[in-house]
Design a protein around this ligand. Structure first.
Ligand SMILES: [Zn+2]
Length: 340
């Protein structure tokens, strides 16, 4: 084969060109890059399996393994500030990973930050200020809690018997689908009244409080970012309403915590939820970056106002899946399939 190739007059220049192309690809793969992960809630492995909305939670045991794996395999876990600094410098072929928690619930304070602290690595908290202010209905959390704790719930005149984790999951899916939309909070209030649930007490069972956030913001491993006031889908807001959500959440965090958040994450975050107009509005609101939930990896040339992030949901419990995100394969596949 080699003899035949070398016998061809073009063989050597062609081989040289091929080697040069492969070397170019390898260099670009090795260049400084970042991978951003995001998730919402986390639960201990023993409880995770029974949760009616379990895909909304990361298994803490898996997160623990993932952090150890990254620490051992040459990825540096950093804040968004640090990632941006390293990407701007760009010369050291480093690999950086950021974790952000969106919304922020009580378990962010009780379980998630303590786990990152044990690993000695930072975490970014994108706070929806309506949660600690008590103005945003936590209907998903309240519905799930009721289904988990009870053997029967009333849905209007219908008695729903909850006899197994499967029946609780099915009921959660059914009611959440039925309520989702602008009237979700009203449906939930009716459900609470019908089932004798103290909605206020339920809120504070799941919400993060300003006191908790105050303690967290003093932790050098915690970076505080903004995630709107009422978890609005920014693309559906008028420019004025979007600005209230963007700049208002930034101002509220400054007022309550004395920190001015530099970074913002779009609620929902897929391409239909935030676009060019919204990236501009985030810039105008004074942020230095804005994150989406479009999959992919971050390189030096990445626009800071449409940062890709890879969502880790409860079904993601394998290091192999995380590796696909780290290599940028899930991002490339999503782009090919048009799922962005
Ligand atoms: Zn969110």
């Amino acid at each position: 084969m080699l003899q035949r190739l070398s016998a061809h007059p073009d063989a050597i220049p062609r081989a040289r060109r091929l080697i040069k192309r492969l070397a170019g690809s390898a260099t670009s793969l090795m260049g400084t890059r970042g991978c951003m992960f995001t998730f919402h809630r986390a639960a201990p492995s023993a409880i995770w399996d029974r949760l009616p909305n379990r895909n909304f939670y990361l298994d803490l045991g898996f997160l623990d393994r993932l952090l150890s794996h990254l620490n051992q395999s040459g990825w540096k876990i950093v804040t968004i500030d640090e990632m941006q600094r390293q990407l701007a410098d760009g010369g050291d072929r480093g690999r950086y990973v950021n974790f952000s928690v969106d919304d922020c619930y009580r378990d962010t304070y009780e379980d998630v930050v303590p786990l990152f602290r044990r690993h000695g690595v930072p975490v970014t908290l994108f706070v929806t200020t309506g949660i600690p202010d008590g103005t945003l209905s936590l209907w998903c959390a309240g519905l799930e809690d009721a289904l988990l704790q009870r053997d029967r719930v009333w849905h209007g005149d219908e008695a729903i018997i909850l006899s197994s984790p499967d029946s609780r999951r099915e009921t959660y899916t059914r009611l959440a689908r039925e309520w989702d939309g602008p009237d979700a909070a009203r449906h939930y209030t009716e459900f609470c009244l019908r089932n004798d649930i103290d909605e206020h007490a339920m809120h504070w069972k799941h919400a993060i409080s300003w006191d908790m956030l105050h303690e967290l913001r003093r932790d050098a491993l915690v970076e505080i970012g903004a995630h709107t006031i009422m978890h609005a889908r920014i693309s559906t807001c008028t420019p004025q309403a979007a600005t209230v959500e963007l700049a208002g959440s930034r101002e509220r965090l400054r007022e309550r915590l004395g920190v001015v958040p530099k970074h913002f994450a779009f609620p929902y975050g897929r391409s239909g939820d935030c676009g060019e107009r919204d990236f501009d509005l985030a810039r105008q609101a004074g942020f230095l970056s804005a994150a989406t939930t479009r999959k992919g990896i971050v390189r030096k040339e990445q626009d800071a106002f449409s940062l890709p992030r890879n969502t880790l949901n409860g079904a993601h419990r394998s290091l192999a899946m995380a590796e696909l995100h780290l290599l940028g394969i899930t991002g490339a596949a999503a782009r090919i399939l048009g799922r962005v």
